[in-house]
Design a protein around this ligand. Structure first.
Ligand SMILES: [Fe+2]
Length: 193
């Protein structure tokens, strides 16, 4: 069997007390919560645009459903703030702002009513999901480190939902938005020739 590669994190010599370290980590955790809170609220505003732009009913329906899920996720984060004795407050998430902007430019760059647009929207939405999976995954682990099991569980629920959404989007691409989009491109090529 392979030798365990588990290492203890080494760090530079700094002189903070255990309590100071704990406080810094707690503050960072809170900051990250504010980041994802802003991100989710931004998505609540943006998902209807994605829904409206989608060509297939299935994809439009998936965006509509995810909007309802996202609203619940916002409420769940508010519950976490409450458990921490903090007022829910968002902090602008540059990453989510950028990802949504990318989605909006995809809408501009693709033709309405095509499966190519849907294929592009799916990729855009999956980039968003993966950002959220990373954020919630990290927050969930950190919540455990900070000894707040209840908060870890709440965040874990959202993490699972984001993973399910990502899988659903892959299924939509496979059955069979991408295929139809590929045929659209062939038709276009034939027309051009
Ligand atoms: Fe979310």
């Amino acid at each position: 069997m392979a030798k365990s590669t588990k290492k203890t994190a080494s760090k530079k010599e700094v002189s903070y007390t255990k309590e100071e370290n704990q406080n810094m980590l707690q503050e960072f955790f809170l900051d990250e919560l504010r980041d994802i809170y802003w991100a989710e609220k931004h998505l609540v505003k943006s998902l209807p645009k994605f829904q409206k732009a989608a060509t297939s009913e299935e994809l439009a329906g998936a965006f509509e459903e995810h909007l309802a899920v996202t609203e619940e996720q916002v409420a769940r984060l508010e519950q976490v703030f409450e458990l921490l004795g903090e007022k829910p407050r968002g902090k602008k998430c540059e990453a989510m702002e950028g990802l949504v902007k990318e989605g909006e430019s995809i809408i501009k760059d693709t033709e309405a009513g095509t499966s190519t647009r849907d294929a592009a929207l799916i990729i855009s939405a999956q980039k968003i999901e993966h950002y959220e999976i990373a954020a919630y995954g990290g927050l969930c682990t950190l919540a455990k480190t900070l000894g707040t099991e209840e908060i870890a569980e709440i965040l874990g629920e959202t993490l699972e939902e984001e993973k399910e959404t990502d899988e659903l989007l892959t299924e939509l691409a496979e059955n069979n938005i991408n295929e139809v989009a590929a045929m659209e491109d062939e038709e276009e090529v034939e027309e051009e020739n």
